[in-house]
Design a protein around this ligand. Structure first.
Ligand SMILES: *Cc1c(COP(=O)(O)O)cnc(C)c1O
Length: 343
């Protein structure tokens, strides 16, 4: 194939997905108004649709998952409160410390185990007694999927039981919660019903160009809506992007299975390359993790770039499958990896 016309295969993240043709039509035909006045019918439709689909009273459309997670923290916690969160969780590690920087909310990070769970015992120990020495523990945050791993369903029930016994709240960073639902073969509400609030990214495997939704009670969402404005996240004719979000939630959930199948195909094709150190644990929902060390990954990355395949090399390298990578593309990726490791 001519390198000028060869398709670029981008395995860095499912955030690189481009909108589907149906989305572009919905966006161009969207009815819009000023959403800060609550007058954008398409944003209102998306919020109602998301709330219903995820089993909540209300929902709020925001610019990003970082913002919906931050809004959830602001809505649940006051200044001087604390949230318990995974040490490797997005809401702790990858959001610039926003809760502390902007909200005076203290994180209490705990180690996340390989299966994406935190130890219930460690959570219990971390919950502070009511004592003037301590920040007030208010909230626990889980992430599902975590590094591509769908959390075990019984873990969700166990954490909920603990939450109820201690009168706390439970937030889900569900950036990829639909991948978890598809993985378990359950309606997403079987997962979200354990939580007081859930943040979902529309802009990853669901392919919307922009946006996330925060779901919760009407009261929580009203509170988050106020904070969204404070943070400068009040958008005006946002219906043009919300229209793509409706298509994402309505039409693109079932397609996630294709990404999971392609991840399995990629894993099967790469597992015999010894240098990559793949185990059965390396493939999770729409991701494959290869562990060849940073140096080899960097050399691999340079080689692949010359073949129009893009990865983010790291100590462990994450390969993410999504709508813009077909089964045929996976075949090309496997062949190109094999060429590199046999040369
Ligand atoms: C992508 C992601 C988010 C939000 O990211 P944005 O880029 O701000 O939309 C939150 N949590 C997890 C686990 C994510 O993967």
């Amino acid at each position: 194939m001519n390198s000028k016309t060869r398709k670029v295969i981008d395995l860095r993240s499912d955030t690189v997905t481009t909108p589907t043709p149906d989305m572009l039509v919905a966006m161009s035909e969207a009815k819009v108004g000023d959403d800060v006045y609550g007058e954008d019918p398409t944003v209102n439709e998306l919020e109602q649709y998301a709330a219903k689909k995820l089993g909540f009273e209300a929902a709020l459309f925001a610019t990003s998952g970082t913002q919906t997670n931050l809004l959830a923290l602001f809505a649940h916690c006051q200044r001087g409160d604390e949230y318990i969160v995974g040490q490797q969780a997005h809401t702790y590690k990858y959001e610039g410390g926003g809760a502390a920087v902007l909200g005076s909310i203290q994180p209490q990070p705990l180690e996340v185990r390989a299966d994406g769970t935190m130890s219930l015992k460690q959570i219990e120990v971390a919950i502070k007694p009511d004592d003037i020495h301590f920040a007030k523990t208010r909230l626990i945050v889980l992430e599902n999927t975590f590094a591509g791993r769908a959390l075990p369903m019984d873990h969700l029930a166990a954490v909920r039981e603990l939450i109820d016994s201690r009168n706390l709240s439970l937030h889900l960073d569900g950036a990829r919660v639909f991948n978890a639902a598809v993985h378990h073969g359950v309606d997403v509400r079987e997962i979200t019903r354990y939580f007081d609030s859930v943040s979902v990214c529309l802009s990853k495997g669901l392919c919307a160009p922009v946006g996330s939704v925060l779901c919760g009670s009407a009261e929580l969402v009203a509170n988050a809506r106020r904070w969204r404005k404070v943070l400068g996240g009040g958008m005006r004719q946002a219906g043009f992007v919300a229209a793509a979000g409706i298509v994402a939630l309505r039409d693109n959930v079932n397609r996630l299975q294709t990404d999971h199948d392609n991840a399995t195909k990629l894993y099967e094709g790469l597992k015999n390359i010894d240098a990559l150190n793949l185990t059965a644990e390396s493939v999770k929902t729409n991701m494959v993790f290869v562990d060849c060390g940073k140096e080899a990954a960097t050399a691999l990355s340079e080689w692949l770039a010359g073949k129009d395949i893009v990865i983010s090399p790291g100590p462990v390298t994450r390969l993410v499958l999504h709508k813009d990578i077909s089964s045929r593309d996976v075949t090309r990726v496997i062949k190109t990896f094999q060429e590199f490791f046999s040369s």
